[in-house]
Structures are given as structure tokens and as C-alpha cells.
Design a protein around this ligand. Structure first.
Ligand SMILES: *Cc1c(COP(=O)(O)O)cnc(C)c1O
Length: 365
């Protein structure tokens, strides 16, 4: 059998997104038969010893990577981050207490929409009037000390902004959608009541959702909730109430192992800041490219910018794709260009984009 080198382009997709090549290679190598098992991870029972070990190792590596305190449960669920928009209010709202939502982009708006179906909600802050170009300052937040929880979106995938530090929320549990920046930098889990993330940006493939929940909050899940929507049920059953997303958990385990081998989250964050810094430097150097996010709120994961016209943006995306730079078109609700630089995105891809941008500006500027 001949083995030809596989051609991979630079994948700037916002999600599902680039995965570490060694992870894909290991999964490919072991797909037909896990070493010592003789069956694929796709074929084994979720109740088998082999899968139990995969699940336990993945959880242990998630815990190690983020130094998750022992009073937090780690759950592997399905339904994406979008189902968490419903599960969070269904489980955590308390009769007679509102929930605070800080609105920083399209995903927080979607989370808010589902919460409103469940109970009273305050908009505790929003930068919509500025087209979500920044994260609100602490002094702009109107937090209710009686709120059941405060919900934030740590990284705004569409608008290219990111919270640089958690808001001060006192003793109210902080709930965060971290889908697009989970494990891109150190995270102090003890500051949160609940953290959730769809896997398909930084953690693995779509189909598995990571939920980290402080144990005392499990007491809020009412027995009258539908079983599959109940955090307490998933926690009691170790994410195995029903068949879990076995392949997604397996692959997330490989990504965690890779991230630990990178030197953990401090090293991952340093590399991410270096990569994004190169691209922002090019944007700031040029009058041709204009960043859409305010500098103090800039995301290290999704770099968003505009060109002088929509025609030029179309041309830019088309020529970039032809040059092996894929997935640069901005989200349909925002337009412009978006370069997503998740953990697994290689620095050479950033260098290639910067070089392409300089050549494009020289021709069209
Ligand atoms: C991608 C994304 C989502 C949606 O995730 P699904 O898994 O598709 O439901 C939600 N929130 C944020 C911040 C995202 O980036």
C-alpha cells in the first residue's frame, strides 16, 4: 500500500474547526482496532471496561488541565452549547429570583431567548448599541444581588471579543458559555458555578458538550424536570444515564492529552497570544484592514476585520481560499473577515495569512 502525503490547507473555520494533526493521526491509526482491544472505539459498548477507562482518563485530563476543584462535577453531554441555553435556566432558576444575562453577541442573545421561556430575566449589561464591539465594563453592569445566577459568554465567536477577566458577581453563581475559548488560556474554575462548552471549537468534534458544575448547584435541579435535561441525573450517573457520545469523548481525551503535552494552559495561552498578536499587528499597521473589535476586548480566538468594501472582502475570501487559506468568511450576521485561531491552529498559518494580506493590499489598496 503506498502512502502519499495528505494535503491539508490552513483551516480558519470558526467551528467545527481545526484539530491537532497528531490527534487525527492517532484516531485514524486506532480507528479500526484500539490497541489490545481488536475493536473500534465506534463499536464497543459504553458499559465496557475499555470505554469506562476512556471516559475516566478523559475526565482526569480535563480536571488536570484546568485544575478543577474536587467539588465540581465534569459532565459529557449532548445537544451542543445550544441545549445548555435551555438546561441552565431549567435547572438553575429559583422561584421568585431573576437570572442576570450579560449580552455580548449573537450567542448570548440566543441563551437569553431560551432563559426567557423559563423565568424572569434581567439584561444586566449589553453592548448591542455598539454592534458588540466590546465587552461591558464592570461599572456598566446592573447586577441583581438576588439573582439566581449571572450568565456570560466568555468569547464572542461572531464579533471577535473576549472577557479578559470574570465580572465581579459577589456570591451569585457565575455561569459561562465558553464554547469558543475553553482551554485557550488558564481558567479559575472556582470563580464559576457552571461552565459549558460545545466541543467543536477547542476541545474535539461536534456532538459532545462539556459541562463543569459546582456540586451544591445540583440541588437546584427539580425532580419534575425531564430526565435527560436534569444535571443531577447526569452527575449521579457519571454522564452514563444513556449512551454518551463515545467517539466525541474519546477524541476529546486525545485533545486533552495533546494540550497537556503542549505544557498546559499557560503554554497554550502564550502560544495563542503570540499567534493572534501577529495578526492584530498586521491589521493595526494597515489602514486597509480595520479590526471590528475594540482593542481592549479583542479575542485571541476569533480575529475579525473589514476591508474597504464588500466587493473587496468577497475577492479576498475567494483568493485566500484558492491560496489554501480556508474558512475566512465572517459570520453571515456580521460580514467581513474572521480568522479563527483556535489552540490547534498552527503559527505557520498565521504567517501565511499575514503574507497573503500584504500581497492583497499591495494589489488592491
Ligand atoms: C458555536 C457556539 C455556540 C453553539 O454551539 P452548538 O454546539 O452548535 O450548539 C454557542 N455559543 C458559542 C459562544 C459558540 O461559539
Amino acid at each position: 500500500m503506498s502512502k502519499t502525503a495528505v494535503h491539508r490547507v490552513f483551516n480558519f473555520s470558526a467551528g467545527p474547526a481545526v484539530l491537532p494533526l497528531p490527534v487525527l493521526e492517532e484516531a485514524q491509526r486506532d480507528l479500526v482496532a484500539l490497541p489490545g482491544v481488536g475493536m473500534s472505539v465506534l463499536e464497543i459498548s459504553h458499559r465496557s471496561k475499555t470505554f469506562e477507562e476512556i471516559l475516566a482518563r478523559t475526565e482526569a485530563d480535563v480536571r488536570a488541565l484546568a485544575s478543577i476543584p474536587s467539588n465540581y462535577k465534569v459532565l459529557f453531554l449532548q445537544g451542543g452549547a445550544s441545549l445548555q441555553f435551555s438546561m441552565v435556566p431549567l435547572n438553575l432558576m429559583i422561584e421568585g429570583q431573576p437570572a442576570d444575562y450579560v449580552i455580548t453577541g449573537g450567542w448570548s442573545q440566543k441563551a437569553l431567548k431560551e432563559a426567557k421561556r423559563v423565568g424572569p430575566v434581567n439584561i444586566a449589561g449589553s453592548t448591542e448599541s455598539e454592534n458588540f464591539a466590546r465587552i461591558p465594563r464592570q461599572d456598566e453592569l446592573t447586577l441583581d444581588p438576588n439573582a439566581a445566577y449571572v450568565h456570560i459568554t466568555t468569547n464572542n465567536t461572531l464579533f471577535g471579543t473576549e472577557w479578559k477577566a470574570e465580572p465581579e458577581v459577589g456570591s451569585v453563581p457565575l455561569v459561562a458559555d465558553t464554547s469558543s475559548d475553553m482551554f485557550s488560556r488558564p481558567i479559575d474554575v472556582s470563580k464559576y458555578g457552571l461552565i459549558y462548552a460545545g466541543a467543536q471549537k477547542n476541545l474535539g468534534p461536534s456532538g459532545v458538550t462539556l459541562v463543569i458544575i459546582r456540586e451544591d448547584l445540583l440541588a437546584r435541579s427539580s425532580k419534575s424536570l425531564h430526565t435527560m435535561l436534569n444535571y443531577a441525573v447526569h452527575a449521579e450517573n457519571g454522564s452514563m444515564y444513556n449512551t454518551p457520545p463515545c467517539f466525541g469523548i474519546y477524541l476529546m481525551g486525545l485533545v486533552m492529552k495533546w494540550a497537556l503535552a503542549q505544557g498546559g494552559l499557560d503554554a497554550v495561552a502564550a502560544r495563542n497570544a503570540h499567534k493572534a498578536g501577529k495578526l492584530y499587528a498586521e491589521i493595526d499597521l494597515s489602514g486597509f484592514y480595520v479590526g471590528t473589535a475594540d482593542k481592549e476586548s479583542r479575542s485571541m480566538m476569533n480575529v475579525t476585520f473589514r476591508l474597504p468594501s464588500e466587493e473587496l472582502e468577497k475577492k479576498f475570501v475567494k483568493e485566500a481560499t484558492a491560496a489554501g487559506l480556508d474558512g475566512l468568511k465572517g459570520h453571515r450576521s456580521v460580514g467581513g473577515i474572521r480568522a479563527s485561531l483556535y489552540n490547534a491552529f498552527p503559527e505557520e498559518g498565521v504567517d501565511a495569512l499575514v503574507e497573503f494580506m500584504q500581497a492583497f493590499e499591495a494589489k488592491n489598496g
